[in-house]
Design a protein around this ligand. Structure first.
Ligand code: PGA
Length: 270
């Protein structure tokens, strides 16, 4: 798969990952026009993985339009069984060949659609089974944060989402730290908040899967990322990229953020 980790034993260089989560925006025609616009603004290069997550309906037509050396696609969700009588669901098995990544356990899924850790776990497993890279989203709510429960929430969501996987199956996993209070609020976490959360996440991965998995898993940040604050996260060694909602719908902002990541990577030649 498309990920590159330039070392097996030390976190020296991990390719940055920028994901644009379009959420329930842009119909087929709008999505196609927007992809066209982005493809003119963001050059194809190998040093940053740029991933677009449009609605389920637009994925297939965008997969025919997209230059996969320029952008990869992600589904915003998927169902965990491979087939059967599950009206309205789309399984990871049907997304194979169309997307490379799938978002799992986004807080909007957890809190608006009451998705449980048991479901996120089954979804992570079905993504792995179908050779898609899961992006497991974790993060605490404002009240959990106020009560000092961040560590426990991250622990529960990671154990809940990843139990039953082997360290080898973790190879392609991405974890997105997305504090619920920061999503869509303009109230982004500070770089220190993010550093601390990523430390907790890696510690937990270490407990569950050992040192190699800890070094190789990519951990990204999401929550009110925009053109003004993106650099402060991208320049943290601990943070391997960004999951961007609102600002990913603004071609100027999104392409500038990708450019920042590219420049921070030293514009490594493809
Ligand atoms: P936001 O959304 O950037 O609009 O806060 C992030 C997300 O929901 O993934």
């Amino acid at each position: 798969m498309a990920r590159e980790c330039y070392t097996k034993h030390k976190r020296e260089y991990m390719k940055k990952l920028i994901i644009g989560n379009w959420k329930m925006n842009l119909n087929m025609q709008e999505a196609s026009l927007y992809l066209h616009k982005l493809s003119e603004l963001i050059p194809a290069q190998r040093t940053v993985d740029v991933v677009l997550a449009p609605t389920m309906l637009t994925l297939q037509s965008l997969s025919l339009q997209v230059n996969r050396r320029q952008f990869k696609l992600a589904a915003q969700n998927s169902y965990w069984r491979d087939q059967g009588a599950y009206t309205g669901e789309v399984p990871a098995a049907h997304l194979r060949g169309i997307v490379d990544y799938v978002l799992i356990g986004h807080s909007e899924r957890r809190y608006l659609f009451m998705e449980s850790d048991k479901e996120t776990r089954a979804k992570v497993q079905s993504a792995v089974r179908n050779h898609l890279q899961p992006v497991l989203c974790v993060g605490e709510t404002a009240s959990e944060r106020a009560n000092g429960e961040t560590r426990d929430v991250l622990h529960d969501q990671l154990v809940g989402g990843l139990a039953n996987l082997t360290a080898d199956e973790l190879d392609e996993l991405v974890i997105a730290y997305e504090p619920v209070w920061a999503i869509g609020t303009g109230n982004n976490a500070t770089p220190d908040d993010v550093k601390e959360a990523v430390r907790i996440i890696r510690h937990q991965i270490n407990q569950l899967f050992g040192a190699r998995a800890t070094k190789e898993v990519r951990v990204i940040y999401g929550g009110s990322v925009n053109i003004d604050n993106a650099q402060s996260y991208l320049s943290l060694d601990q943070v391997d990229g960004l999951l961007i909602g609102g600002a990913s719908l603004d071609a100027h902002q999104f392409s500038e953020i990708v450019d920042m990541a590219y420049k921070l990577e030293g514009g490594r030649a493809s």
